[in-house]
Design a protein around this ligand. Structure first.
Ligand SMILES: O=C(O)CC[C@@H](O)C(=O)O
Ligand SMILES: [Zn+2]
Length: 553
């Protein structure tokens, strides 16, 4: 009896304080960690003020071709000549479709196409081509194939594994000019769009038609849907809508020899042998370039509610997730995990007040998306009260309106942007059985601490070891913010992290892909037979090997 009385009174105290937090604190705070939401057709551009939307300073560049002593520029690829450039210029319909550093009359800065948004990877292409349609792209690729010119397909260039920038001097083919919505069927919910459509633009277009794009991620204002599909991006809505392997119904792509593959099927059911489009999803531009996709979109939920709460252990996080699945069932649309260190970092870098009064080792953000605002809000509140009453959760808050929803999400979506605040960051994107999801963070921290590599002050290369991610997808983002990139740290991290994951039958890449960073480690997630089959597929589609070379395959 005494125990249950204590539970009730503690619920009242916490619940009351969480409501106060939700009504006052969230309302008072203007969002400061900006999601990259203003849709732009350019790849990430340096922010002149060095602000959070911009990449980290140039000193963080880690990977250039010199960083890969095992990778040599393959002499089979042609050196770009003025004659090549002349051909492309004549072919392309407008001057702005060609940024040319060979004949030195570049109309636009080539640098943002050569380095990723974190400015961690940098190649040195001399040519960027921006075709306007598949026919132009087909001619470009055929010419490249005939002349052994290596190419890198590029969308919004917001990837995290160095997949969309050149390693050496491969030319960049950027899809930003192919950016039209081709059709949308409001009855079936099937969207057909060019690869270069910005994800946020696609979602806004769908919102006006009461539908939703089945993918959402922090870089939605700059990433392109072709790049999303090519990398099989996962993001924040996967728990609800599933992966792109399920939602993409069709693909149009150009193969290296210029062949246009029209598999832009708009059928949910099409059981006619090999499902060839699947090969392009997650291939990271190694077998061809996606020019358009057809995609199944769901009806947009009218009622979105968000809760944010603190917990004392990862065991409690698991209990909270299990409870959320049971109580929120079909309206549960996201269950995200952030450790206390990531939230303190957002707080430190942005200066924003934390959403809860106390500090906790773990935080979760739960979103529901349904059709009945009051009913869904009540369900989420009942869930929060239940987990607080049972002491699974220590304190929590509920967003009362759209501004508060955005504000709470910023504590999750803003993490990537603050991680590099002291220099750089080592990133791992792992699938791990859910019960062990956070252990890798503790084990990595212990390992680096024992080696005297992590601590406060300039003597230590590593700032911290943090973890967050998509709890509902058993996808952990292990991040190691650093003051500088350091060989001693790298030796402690790799292959340790990959061996750890392999032992648990996890995956070395849950959603970011392999790019160039995981090239040496593919075998930790793919056995010899699978690697051989992948290589055979690569050779079938790209026999001369011009597509995105030096990357994972
Ligand atoms: O920066 C990362 O490691 C994760 C980025 C992204 O996948 C996310 O979930 O926020
Ligand atoms: Zn993620």
């Amino acid at each position: 009896m005494a125990t249950s009385a204590r539970f009730v009174s503690s619920l009242r105290r916490s619940a009351l304080s969480s409501r106060v937090v939700s009504r006052t604190q969230c309302l008072r705070l203007a969002p400061q960690v900006r999601r990259i939401t203003s849709a732009t057709s350019e790849p990430h551009q340096p922010d002149s003020k060095g602000g959070l939307d911009g990449p980290a300073p140039a000193k963080t560049i880690k990977f250039t071709s010199e960083s890969y002593p095992e990778l040599k520029r393959d002499p089979k690829y042609a050196q770009l000549t003025e004659e090549h450039v002349k051909y492309f210029k004549e072919l392309l319909s407008s001057e702005s479709a060609c940024i040319d550093g060979v004949t030195k009359d570049a109309s636009e800065d080539i640098e943002p196409f050569n380095s990723d948004w974190m400015r961690k990877f940098r190649g040195h292409t001399q040519l960027v081509l921006k075709p306007s349609n598949k026919e132009e792209l087909s001619k470009i690729l055929k010419y490249c194939n005939d002349n052994m010119i290596a190419v890198v397909p590029q969308g919004g260039n917001s990837g995290l594994v160095g997949g969309s920038v050149p390693v050496f001097d491969e030319i960049v083919i950027n899809l930003q000019k192919m950016n039209k919505i081709r059709s949308f069927d409001e009855v079936s919910g099937i969207l057909v769009a060019d690869a270069g459509v910005i994800l946020e633009n696609a979602d806004n277009y769908l919102a006006e038609r009461n539908h939703i794009f089945p993918l959402d991620l922090g870089a939605k204002g700059s990433c392109q849907i072709g790049g999303n599909v090519a990398t099989n991006a996962g993001g924040l809505r996967l728990l609800r809508y599933g992966s792109l392997h399920g939602n993409v119904l069709g693909i149009e792509a150009v193969l290296p020899d210029g062949t246009i593959v029209n598999d832009l099927c708009t059928l949910r059911k099409n059981n006619t042998g090999y499902d060839l489009k699947q090969l392009f999803i997650g291939a990271e531009g190694t077998i061809g370039i996606i020019t358009a996709v057809s995609i199944q979109c769901a009806a947009r939920s009218q009622a979105v509610n968000v809760a944010y709460f603190g917990l004392e252990s990862f065991e409690k996080v698991q209990e909270a997730y299990r409870t959320a699945k049971g109580q929120l069932a079909e309206i549960l649309s996201a269950f995200e995990l952030m450790d206390g260190r990531t939230q303190k970092l957002v707080n430190k870098v942005t200066g924003k007040k934390m959403p809860l009064e106390g500090e906790y080792p773990f935080y979760c953000l739960v979103e529901t998306s349904g059709s009945n605002t009051d009913h869904d809000a009540e369900k989420l509140q009942a869930f929060l009260e239940h987990v607080m009453e049972t002491e699974i959760v220590l304190d929590g808050t509920l967003a009362d309106n759209q501004t508060q929803i955005q504000e709470l999400w910023s504590w999750r979506e803003g993490i990537t942007e603050v991680l590099g605040h002291e220099g750089g960051v080592y990133k791992y994107d792992l699938s791990i059985p859910i019960s062990e999801l956070y252990d890798i963070v503790n084990d990595t921290r212990d390992r680096l601490t024992e080696a005297g590599l992590v601590g406060d002050g300039p003597d230590y290369p590593v700032v911290d070891v943090v973890g967050y991610g998509h709890m509902g997808d058993a996808n952990l983002h292990l991040n190691i913010p650093t003051r500088r990139f350091d060989k001693a740290v790298e030796k402690k991290l790799e292959p340790f992290v990959y061996e750890w994951v392999q032992k648990r039958n996890g995956s070395i890449s849950a959603e970011h892909g392999l790019g160039v960073t995981k090239k040496p480690y593919v075998s930790y997630s793919k056995n010899e037979t699978m690697m051989k089959l992948m290589k055979q597929i690569k050779d079938l589609y790209d026999p001369k090997g011009i597509m995105n070379p030096y990357k994972y395959i």
